[in-house]
Ligand binder design. Structure first.
Ligand code: ADP
Ligand code: MG
Length: 419
């Protein structure tokens, strides 16, 4: 192995070590709930990596050095804020100036340009998924090393063998890809930890809600009983009508509570025959209060068809449908209509859930089901992921059609079990 690779691999170590230290910091922060450890501190790690890389470079002669500083530099530029970028660039230039040689001017031009470019790219970059982030960061590091490389030849007129620059490119690009992937994985771990803590709280709340619903059901039943008695008594027809409406409303409230209780209660994991239209009724009952709150009318277009059922876990299917219907309701900020229908084909049953909400772009549809993809301020980005995995697990297929500002239609197809 030539010396350049050895030197550059030491640089790779300087990049990986701080990233792994960062992972340790995250864990420490969350296991021991160290609130004092601020997230912004983690941005020190690219700084440390960059300085270490610059202090242990491969020397090309005539005042030029090659190292992997572009990797932590780009990471910092892409993930950090404006102040941080200025700080990173100034530090790089300062250290490079102290090292001396013509390389300083080359660095000033190349890294200065890159800093401006990444400032514009950063917000776009942060919205990409992992694959596209890897492509973009790989491309950026390639461009940066390419400019450095051309500058080394043109300005400093050093002689480079092909093997040297190939090693330089490959190690830079691979280093960047590994560092980006690790950085992303670490951040994702951290998010999962945070979500887990939230989920713990949610579980307590949902248990509480279940017990409260249980308590509410009893007075409802009692009131209904007395109303029924009054209804049967000798009273004027007008009052009778009022009482009838009250009874109907009480029945609806009880039904919602019952549905909520069956939804919230844990169920054994076993496959059973599910009659879809019943499940949909449960789900709609459960979500009608939410729909009313959002001024959304729910239209049902389902025929009773007890002859057809599908195979799967009832609770899970309910959860999947709840997530989809809830998204539909939430997408209509100014109210609207949500239609739920079932089509029975010879071997397939199709559930259509159509809203008149804000719709999604092609890109958003592609990202649907990706963990943590959300466009809502308080969204979790987990609902669709759960729904997709449940439906696929039952042998179902989801198709999404959407138009911006017009609405979205989710079609879910299941094989009918008894044909
Ligand atoms: P959350 O609802 O917490 O944001 P989801 O996984 O349920 O997470 O949904 C992910 C994202 O998909 C939403 O933030 C939203 O942008 C988009 N989405 C899902 N369903 C719809 C819909 N019916 N209309 C418009 N956008 C939707
Ligand atoms: Mg949702």
């Amino acid at each position: 192995m030539e010396l350049i690779t050895k030197d550059l691999l030491i640089n790779v170590l300087f990049i990986l070590l701080p990233v792994l230290l960062m992972q340790m910091f995250y864990l420490l922060k969350y296991i021991y709930r160290l609130k004092k450890l601020k997230e912004s501190w983690f941005l020190f790690f690219p700084l440390i990596s960059m300085i270490l890389c610059m202090l242990f470079p491969f020397s090309l002669g005539s005042g030029l050095t090659w190292d992997l500083r572009s990797v932590p530099f780009l990471l910092g530029m892409l993930y950090g804020g404006p102040k941080y970028r200025v700080c990173l660039l100034s530090l790089l230039l300062m250290v490079r100036y102290l090292i001396g040689g013509t390389g300083f001017y080359i660095s000033a031009c190349t890294f200065g340009t890159m800093a401006i470019l990444t400032t514009f790219l950063s917000s776009y970059y942060l919205k990409l998924n992992l694959k596209h982030k890897l492509v973009l960061s790989g491309l950026l590091v390639f461009v940066l090393t390419f400019i450095t490389f051309v500058a080394s030849i043109q300005i400093a007129e050093v002689n480079l063998t092909a093997s040297m620059w190939i090693q330089y490119f490959v190690i830079n690009v691979v280093g960047m890809l590994i560092a980006t992937a690790l950085w992303e994985v670490i951040q994702m771990n951290f998010e999962v930890l945070q979500k887990l803590m939230k989920a713990e709280k949610l579980e307590v709340v949902s248990n509480l809600a279940a017990s409260i619903s249980h308590e509410v059901r009893n007075p409802l039943t009692t009131s209904r009983g007395f109303m029924q008695l009054s209804y049967e008594g000798d009273i004027p027809p007008e009052t009778k009508e009022h009482i009838l409406i009250s009874i109907q409303e009480l029945d609806r409230a009880t039904e919602i509570i019952n549905d909520y209780l069956t939804f919230a209660k844990p169920a054994p994991e076993q496959k059973e025959n599910i009659i879809i239209y019943e499940e949909i009724h449960h789900v709609i009952n459960l979500l009608t209060p939410l729909a009313n709150m959002n001024n959304v009318k729910i239209g049902l277009r389902i025929e009773k068809n007890e002859g057809h059922y599908i195979l799967g876990e009832r609770k899970k299917l309910e959860q999947a449908l709840v997530n989809i219907v809830k998204n539909g309701i939430e997408s209509m900020h100014d109210g609207g209509k949500l239609e739920v229908g079932i089509d029975y084909c010879p071997h397939i049953l199709r559930i259509n859930i159509r809203d008149q909400g804000k719709g999604m772009t092609r890109k958003q549809i592609d990202r649907l089901g990706e963990p943590y993809f959300t466009t809502k301020e308080k969204g979790t980005g987990l609902g669709m992921m759960v729904s997709f995995s449940i439906i696929q697990g039952m042998g179902g297929k989801i198709t999404v059609k959407s138009e911006i500002e017009k609405g979205t239609c989710f079609s879910i197809e299941f094989p009918i079990a008894n044909v």
